[in-house]
Design a binder for this molecule. Structure first.
Ligand SMILES: Nc1ncnc2c1ncn2[C@@H]1O[C@H](COP(=O)(O)OP(=O)(O)OP(=O)(O)O)[C@@H](O)[C@H]1O
Ligand SMILES: O=C(O)C1=C[C@@H](O)[C@@H](O)[C@H](O)C1
Ligand SMILES: [Mg+2]
Length: 263
């Protein structure tokens, strides 16, 4: 063997070690999930990721290829999150609820903890149309916008482990609810009108309440929509006074309970 062949063989041995370690690591990630569920330990422990980052930082001090190694570990972490998510859910999570209930906030958090892809329905429909939601309503009418919502929900049925953050009015159309449920569990996020007002009072991107940011107006619109929201929901989570972590933990727990009953 010449030197090049020897080096290539050594590289191959390294790859074997990495591959075996990765396969073992992935199995352990799944085992941890099983243990947590069986022993009622919180599924989400974000402090654990911070500890792993600190460990890597310490181990790589003064070492060469620090950035390249950090990049590999980032990918390992991201893929571990995806493995955890797939172990928990083999469907999409569809978030519905009133403006300001926290659909986008909770989607972002689920992306952070489970590396799930997010579908912000309003944003995607606006991007595809090349205009704002208000302009779509004005130019093509609400019916057209609702058709876009229905088509996007149908499109998402070919995906799994995606978080779909619906528009506030998406579940008002019955056929949208039918499409959501074909490959998704529907999670209704709620909050009291006072909480909603407090959350949305400083933003100006919600045309339906822009000129009516008062508790009575929000309460009235909410009560008109409540029945349809609740009818669409597989699970309901009250978000008042709860952190993102608490809401997501409750969401995971309730979905898992629901899946266990269905089995
Ligand atoms: N659990 C929470 N605790 C405190 N603040 C929250 C919580 N959830 C959301 N918020 C805040 O409330 C505001 C509205 O939340 P978010 O944009 O996620 O609502 P949304 O349901 O996506 O609304 P929309 O239907 O208008 O898109 C944001 O500023 C967010 O930071
Ligand atoms: O509540 C609604 O009906 C709407 C809420 C927004 O998310 C947008 O989807 C649109 O402005 C309609
Ligand atoms: Mg949103």
């Amino acid at each position: 063997m010449n030197q090049l062949e020897v080096l290539r063989e050594s590289l191959g041995q390294c790859d074997e070690i990495i591959l075996d370690a990765l396969l073992m690591r992935n199995r352990i990630v799944e085992d941890i999930m099983v243990y947590k569920e069986a022993n009622n330990v919180p599924i989400l422990q974000p402090e654990q990721e911070a500890k792993q980052k600190e460990w890597l930082e310490r181990r790589m001090q003064e070492k060469r290829h620090k950035n390249e190694v950090a990049d590999v570990f980032e990918s390992i972490t991201r893929n571990s999150k995806k493995i955890q998510a797939r172990k928990l859910f083999n469907y999409n999570i569809v978030l519905i609820g009133f403006m300001g209930a926290g659909k986008s906030t909770i989607s972002d958090y689920l992306k952070t903890v489970f590396a799930m892809d997010i579908i912000e329905m309003d944003q995607i429909i606006a991007e595809r149309a090349g205009m704002s939601i208000s302009d779509i309503f004005e130019t093509y009418g609400e019916q057209y916008f609702r058709d876009c919502e229905t088509n996007l929900l149908i499109e998402m049925q070919s995906r799994t482990n995606v978080v779909i953050s619906c528009g506030g009015g998406t579940p008002m159309r019955e056929c949208n609810v039918v499409e959501m449920k074909k490959n998704g569990r529907v999670v209704l996020l709620t909050a009291k009108p006072e909480t909603i007002l407090d959350r949305v009072k400083d933003s100006h991107d919600r045309p339906l309440i822009e000129n009516n940011k008062t508790v009575p107006f929000i309460a009235d619109l909410m009560s008109k929509r409540r029945e349809k929201y609740e009818a669409a929901a597989d699970i309901i989570i009250e978000t008042d006074g709860k952190s993102e972590l608490e809401i997501c933990e409750e969401l995971i727990h309730s979905l898992r309970q629901m899946d266990a009953k269905a089995e």
